[in-house]
Design a protein around this ligand. Structure first.
Ligand code: PMP
Length: 459
């Protein structure tokens, strides 16, 4: 059944087609979401976005995982208004302000114990990639070493250093050789097992490989400055590493005095069912890279690290935009709201429910190769309908069918993005405040979109 997106009064709405056409004509060909999501948002609340076409959409993209509390949450709006009404400076470089103090207090309360006790924080440029660069510089400075261990499928950002340690080959090709390449290790992606084995065995194989490689005197690896990974790979295709694997990486790095950097840019602030994803595995990293949801919708990024790594000299990592007052206030309000309302538990519960329902759906649609996720970071891998699995249990990705599903979803008032290998994973990143009713509508619209896309390609 097709649920028509709600029609609203179109009076005083901007000219949708004109806005899209003008931006398409003037913006770079590198534009991304504007290409795939042909809508013009004009108003938003929670997970509902109203477009200039007068229709409402349910937003399962949430600013690529930024909007823990959805759009324009009252506590965020109030925090921003309070700063504006108070006359506080919006910009103060990295000078001490009460808002920064409050944000830091709020953030530290949520951190793993060892970082609460002996953590340091560096406010970086406002994007996740800035914090990744800072983490790389920090660990290279502290250890005096260069190579960084990173993983297949990783996404750490689009600046030179972050690209070098990311997995996506096409994005890094033009920058080859600009920054020190990391050492690439196999991430435990069981559905597309890098060892060709799969069937639940990829995590252990990955851990054994990493350990043996690091201890091989002829393995070709210079002493590493750090290891970095996402506990649940996001852009790589929503791939959760098992808690056991995360603990194995912690042990391997601790035993060899290699700083462990966990990139929580996308997994943080309750999204995966614990406040930080590393807490699910009860692992304490040496460095955490944080951005997206910590700014409560506004740009903010920090790196938090154990004080034994603080070998930086004054000014070693500077920048003009290191957290505006508005972002600190919006971020503190968001962190507090998630913590006080234990929204991470809600994310875990709702996420489990959605996975169960999508798994049921998979039984009726042979194009669903895999359903996975943790908390409200969910993915449905789209494969060629009717194809047979290989020995490791995986089937060929079907990027064009995935594209069609995204398009059908948009036409039904559901915003989803694609990610993963070959862009064949439909990703769901709803806000943690998604209601039960919204869960039902999302599932219904997604099921309809998958059925419609299958019919369209079969025709
Ligand atoms: N790390 C991870 C895990 C991410 O998901 C992202 C963005 N998707 C980044 C880093 C880079 O963040 P930004 O786009 O803000 O630079």
């Amino acid at each position: 059944m097709t649920i028509p997106a709600q029609q609203q009064s179109s009076s005083r709405l901007p000219d949708r087609d004109g806005v899209i056409a003008r931006q398409a004509a003037r913006e770079s060909s590198a534009r991304t979401y504007a290409r795939s999501l042909q809508m013009v948002p004009v108003e938003a609340s929670g997970m509902t976005v109203r477009g200039a076409d007068g229709r409402t959409y349910l937003d399962c993209l949430s600013g690529a995982g930024t909007l823990a509390l959805g759009h324009n949450h009252p506590v965020v709006v109030e925090a921003v208004r309070n700063v504006i009404d108070s006359g506080a400076p919006w910009h103060s470089l990295d000078i001490a302000t009460p808002q920064k103090d409050e944000f830091t207090d709020e953030l530290f309360q949520t951190l793993p114990r060892s970082l609460q006790e002996k953590g340091r924080i560096q406010f970086c440029g406002p994007a996740g990639t800035d914090a990744v660069e800072a983490a790389l510089k920090l660990t290279r400075t502290a250890t005096g070493r260069q190579p960084v261990l990173s993983f297949t499928g990783a996404y750490h950002g689009m600046t030179a250093g972050a690209l070098a340690i990311s997995g996506g080959v096409s994005a890094k090709t033009p920058m080859a050789g600009v920054a020190a390449e990391g050492v690439r290790l196999p991430f435990p992606y069981d559905y597309r097992c890098p060892f060709g084995v799969g069937n639940g065995r990829t995590g252990d194989l990955s851990a054994a490989y990493v350990e043996r490689l690091l201890d091989d005197p002829n393995g070709g690896i210079l002493e590493p400055a750090g290891m970095i990974f996402e506990v649940v790979q996001g852009e790589g295709g929503v791939i959760p590493a098992s808690h056991e694997w995360v603990r194995q990486m912690r042990k391997i790095t601790a035993d060899r005095d290699i700083p462990l950097i966990v990139d929580e840019v996308q997994t943080g602030v309750g999204r995966t069912g614990t406040f930080w994803a590393c807490q699910g595995a009860e692992v304490e990293p040496d460095v955490m890279v944080l951005s997206k949801a910590i700014g409560g919708t506004l740009p903010l990024a920090v790196v938090v690290y154990s004080d034994h790594l603080d070998e930086w000299q004054p000014g070693a990592h500077a920048g003009t935009f290191r957290g505006t007052t508005l972002a600190m206030a919006a971020g503190a309000a968001t962190l507090r709201h998630v913590r006080e309302n234990q929204l991470q538990l809600r994310a875990a519960e709702v996420g489990d429910r959605i996975v169960a329902r999508l798994t049921e759906l998979a039984a009726h649609h042979s194009c669903i190769g895999d359903v996975r996720g943790r908390g409200l970071m969910l993915g449905v891998e789209i494969v060629e309908p009717g194809s047979a699995p290989d020995a490791a249990g995986s089937r060929p990705a079907d990027p064009s069918l995935a594209l069609r599903i995204r398009k059908e979803a948009l036409s039904r008032g559901l915003i989803v993005e694609l990610g993963g290998r070959h862009d064949a994973v439909v990703r769901l990143l709803p806000p943690l405040v998604i209601t039960d009713e919204e869960v039902e509508t999302v599932l219904e619209r997604l099921a309809d979109s998958i059925a419609a896309a299958e019919r369209a390609v079969a025709a």
